[in-house]
Design a binder for this molecule. Structure first.
Ligand SMILES: Cc1ncc(COP(=O)(O)O)c(C=O)c1O
Length: 338
């Protein structure tokens, strides 16, 4: 197969197989392997009407030694079940999650981008209510499906700072809502603000806490962090998704002798950070060059030389080196696909 891995971007890309499992009559059935990108669904399925839908996103990498490794899948398995519990769906047993993601990667191993291309295989587990209900209540049947797509390096031009804008006219989640779980409704709620940011030349938005609009919450579909001296600071909020990348960066920061603070971050504190960034599976770290507060006519500027800050760069390189098997995985984050 000849694929131009460096230029494939981040979008749907057909692969050969996906795996599926249905939960019916109170139990999970057999794993089915499918080569169709479609499935039949009842028109009254709760996922279509009442948002009973959760998903995950994780990656498999071709290592330097030509072994395929999956990054911290156990964390995604746990988070999927937090999402399932949060919207009253059947949870997915850890072993079933494991079996399905490893199986789908093996079935599509020809699509794992080569080492050195910067590309990887994105794994998308999806859990949806398929049972028919018209009253507002949880479905009695669920589908757990996993597909994979090869994705290119997030930054085609390399690891470069992006500009973002503060968003005050939309919230992605309510203070006691579903912001801390990975359910479709949060993403639907973010579409208007993201489009507005893109149309005005920003790569994403910085959401503030929905209640008071005083503190930093999330950075589009990614977590926010700031570096101040030797400290890595990231928001503490009930409405942000617990990012596995953020968790890993915090562990790496501690390992590098830094302090880590998880606390409220007032917007004005942006003027005190040495470096700021967004983090998530897609890009690991997007260093932020400018944060524009359009309503208050304030611009917070970072990376004045146009380059990512040194600590962000160090953390980014460390995490990528572990993912690619270039550096010893002393945290036990990578699992080889045999
Ligand atoms: C809203 C949101 N926040 C944060 C993240 C980053 O999480 P992770 O590092 O687990 O990919 C994601 C992406 O999964 C997300 O959608």
């Amino acid at each position: 197969m000849k694929v131009d891995w460096k230029n494939i971007g981040f979008g749907y890309y057909p692969t050969d197989y996906n795996v599926r499992c249905y939960h019916k009559n109170g139990k999970w059935g057999e794993i089915e392997v499918s080569s169709s990108a479609y499935f039949n669904i009842h028109m009254a399925a709760t996922s279509l009407h009442y948002g009973q839908e959760a998903f995950e996103g994780l990656k498999a990498f071709m290592g330097k030694d030509n072994k395929i490794r999956i990054f911290r899948w156990q964390e995604n398995a746990k988070r999927l079940n937090l999402s399932a519990n949060g919207i009253k769906m059947s949870s997915v047993p850890h072993e079933l999650f494991h079996e399905m993601i490893f199986r789908v990667v093996k079935l599509n191993k020809d699509y794992v981008p080569l080492y050195g291309t910067g590309a990887s295989l994105y794994i998308r587990p999806l859990l949806i209510g398929t049972g028919a209900e018209v009253g507002v209540k949880p479905a009695n049947e669920y589908l757990f499906l996993v597909f994979v797509i090869p994705v290119g390096p997030y930054f085609k031009e390399g690891f470069k700072p992006v500009n973002i804008m503060i968003c005050r006219d939309h919230d992605r989640a309510a203070p006691l809502g579903t912001g801390n779980i990975k359910v479709g409704g949060n993403y639907a709620a973010s579409l208007i603000s993201l489009e507005k940011a893109h149309n005005t030349g920003y790569s994403t938005v910085l959401y503030l806490d929905a209640k008071e609009k005083k503190y930093i919450d999330e950075c589009g579909p990614a977590n926010f962090f700031g570096i101040k001296g030797n400290t890595y600071i990231t928001p503490d909020s009930l409405s942000i998704l617990p990012s596995i990348t953020n968790k890993s960066l915090q562990e790496l920061a501690i390992d590098l002798g830094m302090k880590v603070e998880r606390r409220l971050i007032p917007v004005e504190e942006l003027s005190e950070f040495d470096e700021v960034g967004a983090c998530g599976t897609a890009a690991v770290i997007s260093p932020i060059g400018k944060i524009v507060d359009v309503d208050k006519n304030i611009t917070y500027t970072f990376c004045k030389d146009g380059k990512p800050g040194p600590i962000s760069a160090k953390l980014y390189k460390k995490l990528i080196a572990i993912q690619l098997g270039e550096e010893t995985d002393k945290f036990g984050w990578m699992d080889v696909v045999e």
